[in-house]
Design a protein around this ligand. Structure first.
Ligand code: S3P
Length: 166
């Protein structure tokens, strides 16, 4: 166990929050969700930030939050699906934690994302939006130190696998 934080990255609906909370319970480390921090800081839901200020403003807030959070330790940090798109964020993540990418099949993602209609990037035809974004971000998570398909394993097994590798 050499790194002081675990950073969970991955496309929307790959199970970052679920796995993060499981790891938090097992390790006794704080669970931190960067989307939630941004919402608290800005006093509004992510969808409102996108609507009122645009995606670029959200990305700026996201990068700032990631940089700040990574200064702490003993945290499981769950990040938004697009956080990895900025090189600076990827660099900060690798410096400040053990970076784990979670993946899932397109079908699983579509099913999970459909249950929460608040995400601004997947409004309208969810299936089409998810498939297009998945294609665009095909290699976006490859920089992670460990990649786990959450469709194949129960949450407990995923947490154990991460703890073995960290
Ligand atoms: C986004 C994913 C969301 C949230 C925002 C943008 C993305 O987080 O940060 O809606 O660009 O993939 P989750 O991955 O937790 O849904």
């Amino acid at each position: 166990m050499s790194k002081s934080n675990i950073v969970l990255v991955g496309f929307m609906g790959t199970g970052k929050s679920t796995v993060g909370k499981e790891l938090s319970n097992r390790l006794g480390w704080t669970f931190t969700d960067t989307d939630t921090l941004i919402e608290v800081q800005q006093g509004m839901p992510i969808s409102e930030i996108f609507r009122l200020h645009g995606e670029a403003a959200f990305r700026k807030a996201e990068s700032d939050v990631i940089e700040t959070v990574l200064k702490g330790e003993r945290q499981i940090i769950s990040t938004g699906g697009g956080a990895v798109l900025a090189e600076q964020n990827r660099t900060n993540m690798l410096q400040g934690g053990f970076v784990v990418a979670l993946s899932a099949s397109a079908e699983t993602i579509i099913q999970r994302v459909s249950q929460d209609q608040t995400r601004p990037l997947v409004q309208g035809n969810v299936e089409e939006r998810v498939k297009t974004l998945l294609q665009t971000r095909k290699h976006a998570y490859d920089f992670a130190e460990l990649i786990i398909d959450t469709t194949q394993h129960p949450v407990s097994a995923i947490a154990e696998l991460i703890m073995e590798h960290m």
